[in-house]
Design a protein around this ligand. Sequence first.
Ligand SMILES: [Zn+2]
Length: 196
Amino acid sequence: MYYYNAQYNDSKTKLIINIKALDSNHAQAQAVDIARAFDCKQFHLEYGLNFQANKFLSELFESLAFSSFNAKHCSEWDGGMTNKNPCIYIFKKRFYVRPLFVKYLDIDRSDVIVKMSCDNHRCVNPYHFNYRKEKNSKLGPGDLQLLFGYLSSGVGVADIAKSLKVHRGTIYRKLAQLKQKATDTSNETLKDSDLT
Ligand SMILES: [Zn+2]
């Protein structure tokens, strides 16, 4: 595993996120996912850990990238709350945490409303997200077959993402998810559509 840091700027403030990655492509894909979540147009990616990084957000995005939330337990937000919704202030703007995650995960957001299956208003565990719109998965069962086919024939992640018309981060997360599923038999309640 390698460490990188991504720096996001707006006119006055700077946000630095440490990124754990398999290689530089994986780091780049994660940096793009984070930029999309914050509506940030540009970032600067460097090799190595940056001690000025936002530790809290770095860990949060790492959990998202590696699908390492525990499906069975709530992940309670201990940051700010507005109208009973977890929120965070970045670039002097307020972001609600769940929509931020939905954007990061690149789930089709048109008409999507996140409701928590656990009814815990502090929970931000994506495994507990229920989407009002049924069809939220960017990769269907047919795409998964294709994904395995590509992988076994040695096609790279960037090319797979291009042919399936999804972001590279989606492919990496799917792979991490499948790996975790294979090793963790306690995740029986996990549905394919829970995380994309
Ligand atoms: Zn929960």
